[in-house]
Design a protein around this ligand. Structure first.
Ligand code: ADP
Length: 498
């Protein structure tokens, strides 16, 4: 039968177990930092205690065995082992009893091994008379006493040499005591200590787990707050700028988000304004056409000349509508960021000459003189179509917004990095308050004049966009009634986006 957990509990568990969760990682970190040292400490302390206890037990037993060894020597135990002397056998029994006491006391076994590795005495009574050849025994006969702890089988095994000193001072190992004692009492104490440590550890782990859950929740709360605030903006229940200053990190995230939000709002506003402007601009020629047609229809038996006159006006309004649509399309296409430039190395002097040649007929109609002053030969990496558009728009404006018998002067110059295309005119100029707006879409400083000239209000917006696509800049100075000067500055070598 499976247990069905409530939805919110399941969600929480999922959140915490989820490895990519910041909260889960903090939780895990606190758990590791809290639990691992306590477990290591427990093992370390218990291990140290065990080693120390084993050492102490070996030393105690060894000391007792040394006393026995002395007795063995004083009783000449090894030399007289096979003798039936009653007095000797009595003293042997005393020693044997002592060995029994030691083996009982330490729950172990003591063997006395004489020459030829022969077992002379075994407190278990099973190996007497047998030969005991082991590495430890041989080492001991060579004078080295050994001690070995076998934790797995639960005993400490040690060898003690019985060293006889002759009258001339020389000493020799005459026998070996091979002893093994149980570690049961040590293990018993260890078990109690371990149990106590585990109990304490369990309480500690519970406290650490509670702390980890609590702290990870508190520490990640500001990030949760950021998500909630962003969610509110997403659900459109709030348009306020976010503020979560709890951490420097959350403040950075929120600042970046606010900046994007601000940009989006500006973009939205300008899009709405653009749509409103486009609709208005497209409606104006349509309204004029409708007014013209309506007034024709209202007149019965209107003369053919009137029809002709009205039709001509209608055609010019339709042309205007066409121009607006063409300009709009050009602008939208250029604002599309993915639009590629067709960059080629071009002679800019020739391009300027050609553009002016195309515009001179319009200038002639207004009796405006157009001159080109090339300061030096200029070759630059540009998009030919867009560069022609920049030059033509500026010179056309300079002719359009000029006075009768005026002049337009185009100056082409360059340094080692940029070339400049400057268009000065003796025209009507631009009012100071209009200067910051003339590059905006549909902005006209002089509305009636612009319409009269067939302007769409998009020319300078298109020009600026084309200049920016070349990573250049455009500036303007103007005095009302005296004339204007537009300067375009473009890098000689095209700088591609990285
Ligand atoms: P338009 O189609 O109306 O010419 P533009 O974007 O080319 O649109 O120009 C925007 C406005 O800037 C024009 O309506 C005009 O009032 C002003 N302007 C542009 N160039 C000149 C100039 N050389 N002299 C005077 N006014 C200018």
């Amino acid at each position: 039968m499976s247990i069905k957990l409530p939805e919110n509990v399941r969600k929480r568990i999922k959140q915490i177990v989820y490895v990519r969760s910041f909260r889960a990682r903090i939780c895990l970190l606190i758990l590791l930092v809290g639990i691992v040292p306590s477990v290591l400490l427990r093992y370390g302390i218990l291990q140290a205690y065990e080693n120390r206890a084993v050492e102490q037990r070996s030393a105690t037993v060894q000391n007792q065995l040394l006393v026995v060894a002395k007795q063995l020597l004083s009783n000449n135990y090894f030399a007289t082992y096979h003798s039936d002397d009653v007095s000797l056998s009595a003293s042997r029994q005393v020693i044997n009893a002592e060995l029994e006491t030691i083996s009982n006391l330490y729950e172990g076994r003591v063997m006395i091994i004489g020459q030829g590795c022969k077992v002379l005495k075994d407190t278990y009574g099973i190996s007497e008379g047998k030969t005991m050849i082991s590495e430890e025994v041989i080492k001991c006969f060579l004078g080295e006493n050994t001690s070995h702890y076998d934790a797995e089988n639960g005993y400490i095994e040690m060898t003690t040499p019985v060293v006889a000193t002759a009258a001339d001072g020389s000493s020799a190992v005459v026998g070996v005591m091979l002893t093994s004692v149980s570690n049961a009492s040590i293990v018993g104490i260890l078990d109690v200590l371990n149990q106590k440590a585990i109990n304490l550890e369990a309480i500690m782990i519970m406290v650490i787990v509670a702390m980890a859950l609590f702290l990870s929740g508190v520490l990640t709360k500001p990030f949760k707050k950021v998500t909630e605030e962003i969610q509110k903006v997403k659900d459109e229940t709030s348009e306020k700028a976010l503020s979560v200053p709890d951490y420097v990190e959350t403040a950075h995230i929120v600042d970046a988000f606010n900046e994007i939000l601000g940009r989006m709002n500006t973009l939205n506003d300008s899009r709405q304004e653009f749509v409103a402007n486009v609709s208005h601009e497209l409606k104006t020629p349509m309204t004029s056409v409708k007014v013209l047609a309506d007034s024709l229809l209202a007149q019965e038996n209107a003369p053919a000349e009137l029809y002709r006159e009205f039709m001509e006006d209608m055609v010019s309004e339709i042309d205007r509508e066409n121009r607006i649509i063409t300009d709009l399309l050009a602008l939208v296409r250029m604002e599309n960021k993915t639009q590629e430039l067709n960059i080629v190395s071009l002679n800019i002097n020739d391009l300027a000459e050609l553009t002016l040649k195309r515009l001179r007929p319009i200038a002639r109609k207004k009796d405006v003189e157009v001159v080109l002053e090339s300061m030096r030969p200029v070759t630059a990496e540009v998009d030919e179509v867009k560069m022609t558009l920049i030059m033509a728009n500026l010179v056309e404006n300079a002719i359009k917004y000029n006075r009768e018998h005026g002049w337009v002067k185009v100056i082409l110059d360059a340094d080692h990095q940029f070339f400049t295309f400057q268009v000065d005119d003796s025209g009507i100029g631009i009012p100071e308050e209009s200067l910051p707006h003339i590059f905006e879409r549909f902005y006209r400083a002089d509305k009636s004049h612009s319409r009269e000239m067939g302007g769409t209000g998009l020319g300078l917006a298109i020009t600026k966009r084309a200049v920016l696509m070349h990573k250049g800049s455009i500036t303007v100075t103007s005095t009302e009634g005296e004339g204007s000067s537009f300067t375009v500055k473009i890098p000689l070598n095209y700088i591609a986006d990285t």
